[in-house]
Design a protein around this ligand. Sequence first.
Ligand SMILES: NC(=O)c1ccc[n+]([C@@H]2O[C@H](COP(=O)([O-])OP(=O)(O)OC[C@H]3O[C@@H](n4cnc5c(N)ncnc54)[C@H](OP(=O)(O)O)[C@@H]3O)[C@@H](O)[C@H]2O)c1
Length: 356
Amino acid sequence: MESPALALQRHFLTGSSCFSPKPSLSLRLPAAIVRMSLREDGPSVSVVGVTGAVGQEFLSVLSDRSFPYRSIRMLASKRSAGKHLTFDGRDYVVEELTPDSFDGVDIALFSAGGSISKLFAPIAVEKGTIVVDNSSAFRMDENVPLVIPEVNPEAMVHVKLGCGKGALIANPNCSTIICLMAATPLHRRSKVKRMVVSTYQAASGAGAAAMEELEQQTREVLEGKEPTCKIFKQQYAFNLFSHNAPVLSNGYNEEEMKLVKETRKIWNDMNVKVTATCIRVPVMRAHAESVNLQFENPLDEDTAKDILGECPGCGVGRIRRDVSQDGDYGLDIFVCGDQIRKGAALNAVQIAEMLL
Ligand SMILES: NC(=O)c1ccc[n+]([C@@H]2O[C@H](COP(=O)([O-])OP(=O)(O)OC[C@H]3O[C@@H](n4cnc5c(N)ncnc54)[C@H](OP(=O)(O)O)[C@@H]3O)[C@@H](O)[C@H]2O)c1
C-alpha cells in the first residue's frame, strides 16, 4: 500500500525517475471546473517550492477552489527541474527558481523555506509581483502584513493587484493560525488577557521528508530495528519531544515564541499575555492545541460554543470552563487543524483570493 507521505508527493507530481506517472486527482476534475480556473483575465501565478508538502497542497487548494489564473509556473530547486507535474489536467515542467522566474508574474505563492524567501521574495516584489510567503522570514517586519483572512483582513487592504506595484504578505506560523482561528472570535467578544497554549504537532509541519522519516521509523521500530534519524535528532516514531526549532536565550524554542509574537501582531495588541509549549507528536498530519484563555469580561461555555458555531472555518469541539478561575473568566478549548492546509496553503490562497 502507498504511504501517506508518498501519496502526498504523488498527488500531483509525476517525475521521470522518482515518481511513477499515475494520473493525479486533478485529472478527474470536471471539465467545467478546469475551464473556470484557466482564464485570460486571471492573474499569472507562480508556486515556489511546488514539490514540497505545502507546494503540493497549494496545487490541491488552487484546484479545489477553482482559483482563476492566466498562467501558472511551477518552481522548485535545481534538483526538481525537469520533473513533470499535472495540474488541472495539463502537463507542466518544474523549473529551477532563478531571479528571472518572476518576469510577468502577478502573484507568487512561496513555500521553499526562509532562506529562499529572504533571497527571492524581494526580487519578485521589485518586479511587481505580490508575494504571499509561508516562511517566517518577513512575518515580524512591521511593513509586512501578517494575515489570517478570517481574523485580520484589514491588515492588507492597501495591497492591490494590477497596479504594477509588488508587495509582500506573510502567512502566519501554522500553530498560530490554528490557535487564532478559534481564539479570535472569543477574544472579540470578551477580550483575552492571557493565553496559554500547548501544542501537539504533526510530522507534516516539518515537510515531506519528515513525514517519510516518521513512516520509515515506525516500520523500523515495529521490525525491531534501529530507527533512522535524519530530519530529527531523536527517535520520532512512538515518541514525543520538544519542538525541533532552535532554543532561544530565554529557554523558549522559536516555534513557541512565534505563537507569542505573531498573536500580538495579528491582534494588534502588544499587551496580551501569551505563553506556549510546543511538542512534536508522532502523527502524520494536522496539529492539535490545548488553549487556556483568561478573559477580561465573562464568557460562559454555552455562549462560546454558540460564537464558534457561527464562525466560518470553525467546527465546535471541546470547550470547558476553567475551574481554576472564579466565575466565567476562563475557558479551556482544544483545537485541531490541518496545518498544511489552513495552516499554510489554504490560508495563503485565501489571501491571494482577497487580491482578486
Ligand atoms: N509543512 C507545513 O505544515 C508548513 C506550514 C506553514 C509554513 N510552512 C513553511 O513552508 C515552507 C516549506 O515547507 P514544506 O513543509 O513544504 O517543506 P518541504 O516539504 O521540505 O518542501 C520544500 C520545498 O522547497 C523547495 N526548495 C528547497 N530549496 C530550494 C531552492 N534552493 N530553490 C527553490 N526551491 C527550493 C523544495 O524543492 P526540491 O523538491 O526541488 O528540493 C521543495 O519544493 C517552509 O518555510 C515552512 O516553514 C510549512
